[in-house]
Write a protein that binds this ligand. Structure first.
Ligand code: GCU
Length: 722
């Protein structure tokens, strides 16, 4: 057979095989996430075939193997061609290797490699004797893995690969997912089925493939660690049985450079081995943890460390024994230190008798600054309360000068509509990361406070509470996949824009067609603000039903329950107005921020509208910057939120036929549900607040569709099923 006929034949065999595999195995059920690798339009695939007609990729380690396999799989899917090298540098048009390998050394990329650090990569087009070739170089296998996925992403998004000059390195050392997965297989605040880690027969082939796909997805965006169990940790996770299970998961994730971590219960020595105390200064307790940590590292030599929720929401902690957070964290840190492990100690704390829950984390942790071991990092939720649709950033950011601080975002949509709502979270995360703390003067953003560029933190890290479950499409709502993706991309580089990330995700996940991209992007970019508007506009927060955190219940009072679990504590609606006074005249929470921010929040003239009722309690007739009264402004925001969801529906309906019916229909159905939920939120909040404001809903707005009495019946807030 002539060479070109052979090539042609081979192309079609590969193309058909990949196509059949894809359709048979996946359909468009969302299981392939953004790693779909379907055939690109001809013009694009041709340019990639030309650019990468063969590859030199020495596969001498497990990580290189998976990277090379991924590249081959992606290339075959995207272009219909196979990608394989003949091993000779002269003939290869894509050369992959670390800086100390001969094939790469000849290109003198030392300067670029210096900027890559441990995990970064260089992707560079080099012309030698008139021949163009692409070099993917790094200082480690991990860098090669990330560079491989970056190259795949370029092809997936249709970018030119002819003049590459990319040098990348991640902004944070540890880029983690926190899974709130319980050992019984349920997932706390999980809306996409059961746990992928604990619910299954871990030996079955299917589950193995699920772990592999999970690891691929993480590696593709640069996530390099996963805490496998709930922060409300069952002590059982430290038994031999569970260490063994964890080790098996670690084995699958390892080639993809994803380390495993565990959440631990501070009372574990008491529960598991009947020690009379878990006092962190008790010798036997110290010994117990050392032994336990040694046992873990025996099974998992690259184990990452512990995440700890202590003295929070009923979880035990060092304070039970008269010790401090620092005593507790340092004891665990000591045990982990010889193995290179870290302790992520959460600052999510609040107590029932606190006058202002928003202040407690700062109050407890600020006095401990400088007292933590150097392998401890304080994990702080983005806002001072709890992952609300909008909060100011936590005042702890920048307040600990001598302690490493990390940020915790929530990817699962506990407070943003759970699995029925389209809520693209990158704008929320960017808003927080770009907030200026002023801790070291102007430009001390939360991003810089946490990424080490301002304080030279010993460890830098970022965490996202995962939205992954065993649903076929991983995340319940097809658009929720974007939040996993975007979190990873921002963890790698918080300077990327939310829009650019969304755009690449849409192209990879749905379509290259601009007819589709533009409206889908617009929906995503507006989605978070729509939710803020119909749930908690103008700085309101925590108006949801207690326990399941689903649906509005601004009226909720429960005898015997803690006040700070319930909405009235937060909105403080009364005849005289609405909002939580955190100014100098109120709880003084503003004082926890640096100047000039505290003055800015304290002053009604400068406090931004979107945080107004977070910091101020104001009369219903208060005149807003817009000239409207506060009551009118509230009404307009609630209605605008509902209108946005209706607009999303219209936009989406017009996209029919541009993508597969399977995902189109699912999103369409979810948007319908979201519209109902938006109306429910709007009516519940406005009608309830109206009982205090005694003002009419402006005439030009439509009438509420609900009756307040009915909404207040407990049966209304029953968790929907999927
Ligand atoms: C929220 C959430 C809980 C979770 C807690 C935490 O309160 O509703 O389910 O345990 O945050 O972050 O620890």
């Amino acid at each position: 057979m002539k060479e070109n006929v052979k090539q042609y034949f081979l192309k079609w065999v590969i193309f058909l095989a990949v196509g059949i595999m894809n359709i048979a195995a996946y359909g468009e059920d969302g299981s392939r996430l953004w790693l779909r690798y379907d055939l690109l339009p001809d013009s694009l695939s041709k340019s990639y075939i030309e650019a990468f007609h063969s590859v030199t990729f020495p596969e001498n380690t497990a990580t290189r193997k998976v990277a090379a396999t991924e590249l081959e799989r992606a290339f075959a899917g995207l272009t219909g061609h196979s990608l394989y090298g003949n091993g000779k540098v002269e003939a290869a048009s894509l050369i992959v290797g670390t800086g100390n390998e001969k094939v790469v050394k000849q290109f003198h990329l030392e300067k670029e490699l210096d900027r890559c650090g441990d995990e970064g990569y260089v992707l560079k087009t080099i012309t030698i004797n008139g021949d163009k070739m692409t070099v993917l170089a790094a200082n480690s296998d991990a860098g090669l893995l990330y560079g491989t996925f970056a190259l795949i992403r370029l092809m997936q998004t249709g970018a030119s690969v002819n003049n590459l000059d990319i040098v990348e390195s991640p902004k944070y050392q540890l880029r983690l997912l926190n899974h709130w997965d319980n050992l019984d297989g349920t997932v706390e605040r999980g809306y996409a089925g059961l746990s992928i880690f604990w619910n299954q027969q871990e030996d079955s082939a299917n589950v193995h493939q699920r772990f592999v796909d999970y690891a691929r997805a993480n590696a593709s965006v640069g996530i390099n660690g996963a805490v496998l169990n709930n922060v409300n940790a069952a002590p059982k996770v430290l038994t031999a049985e569970y260490i063994h299970k964890t080790a098996k998961i670690a084995d699958v994730l390892r080639p993809y450079h994803v380390k495993v971590y565990l959440s631990v219960n501070f009372s574990s020595p008491m529960v598991l081995d009947s020690l009379p105390t878990a006092d962190p200064l008790d010798k036997k307790v110290i010994q117990w943890w050392k032994k336990k940590v040694d046992e873990i590292y025996q099974a998992i030599p690259d184990f990452g460390g512990f995440l700890v929720k202590a003295n929070s929401e009923g979880q035990p902690g060092p304070q039970n024994f008269g010790r401090t957070h620092a005593d507790g964290a340092n004891m665990l840190a000591d045990a982990l230190k010889p193995h290179g492990g870290v302790v992520m100690w959460r600052a999510f704390v609040y107590s029932p008798n606190d006058a202002d829950r928003a202040m407690q984390a700062y109050n407890e942790f600020k006095p401990l600054d400088g007292k933590f071991a150097d392998n401890v990092i304080i994990q702080i939720k983005n806002g001072p309360i709890d992952f609300q649709p909008r909060e100011p950033f936590s005042p702890l950011f920048g307040a600990l000068d001598h302690t490493s601080e990390m940020i915790e975002f929530q990817i699962t949509q506990e407070y943003l509509g759970q699995e029925t709502s389209l809520a693209y979270l990158a704008p929320l995360q960017k808003e927080c990361l770009e907030s200026d703390t002023w801790s070291q003067g102007k430009g001390s953003t939360v991003a810089r406070v946490t990424d080490g560029s301002l304080y030279h933190n010993k460890i830098t890290a970022i965490a996202g509470v995962a939205n992954v479950g065993d649903d076929t499409n991983w995340t319940g709502h097809p658009f929720a996949q974007a939040n996993w993706y975007a979190y990873g991309r921002l963890a790698w580089n918080h300077e990327l824009t939310a829009r650019d990330i969304a755009k690449e995700w849409i192209i990879m996940t749905f379509s290259h067609s601009t007819e589709f991209i533009k409206p889908a992007l617009d929906m995503m970019m507006r989605s978070r603000e729509a939710i803020v508007n119909y749930m908690t506009p103008l700085g309101l927060a925590h108006l949801m039903g207690w326990s399941n955190h689903y649906g509005p219940q601004p009226w909720c009072q429960i005898k015997g329950a803690r006040a700070d679990w319930l909405p009235p504590y937060y909105h403080r609606a009364a005849e005289d107005g609405i909002g939580f006074d955190r100014t100098e005249n109120g709880s003084k929470a503003v004082d926890q921020y640096f100047s000039p921010l505290k003055e800015y929040y304290n002053n009604l003239q400068t406090c931004p509208d979107e945080l107004l009722l977070w910091f101020h309690h104001l009369p219903w007739e208060y005149t807003m910057h817009s000239g409207k009264t506060l009551w009118e402004e509230l009404c307009y925001h609630y209605y605008a939120g509902v209108d946005e969801v209706r607009l999303f529906q219209k936009k989406w309906d017009r996209l029919k036929g541009l993508i597969d019916n399977e995902r189109f229909n699912l999103v369409q159905q979810k948007l319908k549900t979201q519209e109902k939920e938006a109306e429910w939120w709007r009516d519940a909040c406005l009608l309830y607040f109206q009982t205090f404001s005694h003002r009419p809903i402006p005439k030009e707005l439509e009438r509420p569709v609900h009756d307040l009495k009915k909404l207040m019946e407990p049966k209304f807030n029953v968790k929907k099923t999927k």
